[in-house]
Design a binder for this molecule. Structure first.
Ligand code: NAD
Length: 488
């Protein structure tokens, strides 16, 4: 037995993980949604398919728990989150294998995700006791202005498949710290990690009903029913811009507060004065973390004319050397894509660019299965109007475009409806900052290939989203200011 099938066999045993709708602290067994291993297409498990009725039961449970959780002293909420951080850290390897099996990412990426995910619990354990207010004099002198912060209320959290642990903890951490109870709906492709984390949360002392988890094959009707329930006051969504738009329209009907972490189309700018090796190291991280299936993934490499050819040669060499395989197999650096559909989309974007005159320097066609594999690919001379310049590739494909001037680089970087992340490489820090100021994005990495940090505000502008997660700001998404006009 290879390492991969041995691990797969052990984690395919449903008794190792509680799969069931997690409502009010109880597990409700069920089935209906098969969970596949994208490395092999084998079935790992089957999870329940929640109905609208189940979802409303979860809202009932969140409501029953709400008053008690809101009244729980911040220090106690913090200690529960801190214990949950500890349990995730203790179970890091088990969680990483689970992520790798259901999502496909290489084990090294999965280990990185678990550490990153757990940090949101530690960070918000620290923030739970620092929720502040305001006290001012009214400019007229007539009264005092006292501002308190209340938990916003029952929150529906929806997460994508690409970071099954971190996208959930980045919402649950601040929501619980703020005093809100939640219903988490993870992506159907990767629900096992969410259920495993819920199990650890209960062990950490999260009271029944404070965190509820449900999977469904009909996210539209199930989520819409929760949004229509007047007890639900918050929607925190991470996923594609298309679904985000639909949910914003739905939430408008009951004026539910929305936080939206949506798609990206990150530019990666390399100027002539950049340190070439540092830029290549950064490019590999920005492009290949999670095999390119990241909202922050570098989607367009803009390289200045003087360094362009050396950059393409270096990137081609590094991408061609990566080892593709099942995520849990020793030595794998690039795992499979999430579904066959994802491979088809990447293939279509590459073919279209080639038909428009682009040239592939490595990779360029899907690999044979079983499993959904696409090789690391570098593609140059991509026309500016190619579809891949405007759409998230969400895979291991690096298109390189040439530019001449700083102004042109900024114009190209901004030529998209998205505005999540951008990367700038230059040895001249004032130039990098000037360019960064000109780029319409919520996050700019300068001479770095990675910007995600639980202590920093994560989020986008334009159609990449509304609001921020993480950092000091993240908890504000789950709080409402309440103003008292006071006369002594
Ligand atoms: P998706 O939009 O297809 O699905 C995201 C979640 O929404 C899933 O749980 C899905 O079941 C649910 N969903 C789908 N239709 C729904 C509906 N009508 N009503 C309610 N819920 C619905 O996205 P995905 O394919 O899972 O994830 C990839 C996308 O997520 C990419 O666009 C990526 O950029 C984005 N993403 C953004 C961030 C960020 O922080 N900005 C982070 C990770 C991923």
């Amino acid at each position: 037995m290879t390492l991969d099938s041995r691990l797969a066999a052990s984690y395919a045993d449903p008794s190792l993980h509680a799969h069931g709708l997690f409502i009010g602290g109880d597990w409700h067994a069920g089935d209906g949604i098969p969970v596949l291993n994208p490395a092999t297409t084998e079935r790992l498990a089957e999870v329940p398919d929640a109905s609208v009725r189940d979802a409303l039961r979860a809202v009932d449970a969140a409501e029953v728990a709400a008053a008690g959780w809101r009244a729980t002293p911040p220090r106690q909420r913090a200690e529960i989150l801190r214990r949950w951080f500890g349990l995730m850290t203790d179970h890091a390897e088990e969680l990483a294998v689970l992520i790798s099996l259901e999502n496909g990412k290489a084990l090294a990426d999965a280990r990185g995700e678990v550490a990153y995910a757990a940090e949101f619990f530690r960070w918000y354990a620290e923030e739970a006791v620092r929720i502040s207010g305001e006290f001012r004099h009214a400019p007229s002198g007539a009264n005092h202005i006292l501002v308190d912060h209340d938990p916003i209320g029952i929150s529906v959290l929806i997460t994508p498949w690409n970071f099954p642990a971190a996208m959930a903890t980045r919402k649950i951490g601040p929501a619980l710290a703020a005093g809100c109870t939640v219903i988490l709906k993870p992506a159907s492709e990767t629900p096992l990690t969410a259920y495993a984390m819920a199990r650890l949360g209960a062990e950490a002392g999260v009271p029944p009903g404070v965190v509820n988890v449900l999977t469904t094959s009909q996210p539209g009707p199930v989520v819409n029913a929760m949004l229509a329930d007047p007890r639900v006051r918050k929607l925190s969504f991470t996923g594609s811009t298309g679904v985000g738009r639909t949910l914003l329209a739905e939430a408008a009907k009951t004026v539910v507060s929305c936080s939206m972490e949506l798609g990206g189309n990150a530019p990666f700018l390399v100027f002539d004065d950049a340190d070439l090796n540092a830029a290549l190291d950064g490019a590999m991280i920005a492009k290949m973390r999670n095999a390119g299936e990241a909202c922050t993934a570098a989607n367009r490499f803009y390289v200045q004319a003087g360094i362009h050819d050396a950059f393409v040669a270096g990137l081609t060499q590094r991408m061609a050397a990566l080892k593709v395989g099942p995520g849990t197999q020793a030595g794998t650096q690039v795992g499979p894509m999430i579904t066959a559909k994802a491979v088809t989309k990447i293939d279509r974007l590459v073919r279209q660019a080639v038909a428009g005159g682009a040239h592939v320097t490595t990779g360029g066609a899907p690999l044979s299965g079983p499993g959904y594999y696409y090789p690391p690919t570098v593609i140059e001379n991509v026309p500016e109007d190619a579809e891949m310049a405007h759409e998230e590739i969400f895979g291991p494909v690096a298109p390189v475009y040439r530019f001449e001037t700083d102004a042109q680089a900024i114009r190209l970087a901004n030529a998209t409806e998205y505005g999540l992340a951008a990367y700038v490489y230059s040895r001249d820090l004032s130039r990098a900052l000037r360019v960064g100021k000109g780029i319409e994005a919520g996050m700019i990495a300068i001479n770095r290939g990675l910007m995600s940090d639980p202590a920093a505000p994560f989020g986008g502008v334009k159609q990449s989203g509304l609001g921020r997660e993480g950092g000091v700001t993240g908890i504000m998404e789950f709080l409402e200011p309440k103003y008292f006009a006071v006369n002594f």
